[in-house]
Design a protein around this ligand. Structure first.
Ligand SMILES: [Fe+2]
Ligand SMILES: [Fe+2]
Length: 218
């Protein structure tokens, strides 16, 4: 994390999320071993990456679109494609769109993103929410994908998030630079996102347990 060390220190994100690491690791260790569940989880990540890309496009539409923002939205779109492709490989068939059936926790994930976007937009108004929303998302993406990468390595599943993680780390550094050093605001926004992430993660745990139970009953 050499580019974005300051964002980690100033946000306090890792410290605030340390208590979630074990349960997130346990969930990921379980899900990577179950291709059908893993496929639905990756399709959810694809949906979130797609929403991120779409959000950058919409929020910058009436502004001067820079090469940097265009690169950022293209990379998030590629991440959406990456997870969709891996999800289809794991499922063994195509997963068109993001439906209740092929997307784990579709509605809670939509709510997570929608609430975070709305809450941060309101909190930073009248400033442009784009770098702030992105910065908070990049902290989560880097945090989660690093734990996920370790789980994939432990499981022997042939998926690598390394290049994706490197891109998220660069986005994080760029967004941190754009936001400037307002540490109080960053800490508050990151804490707000952590609360929403906790709710989404609780729903994912319920969903995985339910999928397991119905598989056993079948
Ligand atoms: Fe991404
Ligand atoms: Fe990103």
């Amino acid at each position: 994390m050499k580019h974005s060390g300051d964002a980690w220190t100033i946000s306090g994100m890792k410290e605030a999320n340390a208590r979630h690491e074990d349960s997130v690791r346990a969930f990921l260790d379980k899900i990577v071993k179950s291709p059908q569940d893993h496929a639905r989880f990756m399709n959810m990540l694809s949906m979130l990456e797609h929403m991120g890309s779409r959000k950058i496009m919409l929020s910058q539409m009436n502004k001067t679109l820079t090469e940097d923002s265009l690169k950022h939205l293209a990379e998030e779109a590629r991440h959406a494609y990456f997870f969709k492709r891996q999800a289809e490989r794991a499922a063994g068939h195509s997963l068109d769109g993001y439906t209740e059936e092929n997307t784990m926790c579709r509605v809670p994930a939509l709510m997570y993103f929608g609430r975070m976007d709305a809450g941060i937009t309101k909190a930073v108004s009248p400033a442009d929410p784009y770098p702030w929303v992105s910065l908070v998302i990049e902290l989560r993406a880097c945090w989660l994908y690093a734990i996920y990468q370790e789980a994939l390595e432990r499981s022997g599943v042939q998926i690598s998030l390394k290049s994706l993680l490197a891109e998220e780390d660069l986005h994080l550094a760029e967004m941190f630079q754009m936001c400037g050093a307002d540490g109080d605001r960053l800490r508050a926004l990151s804490a707000y996102e952590t609360g929403l992430f906790e709710k989404l993660w609780a729903e994912l745990c319920i969903s995985l347990a339910a999928a397991r139970n119905s598989a056993l009953a079948a």
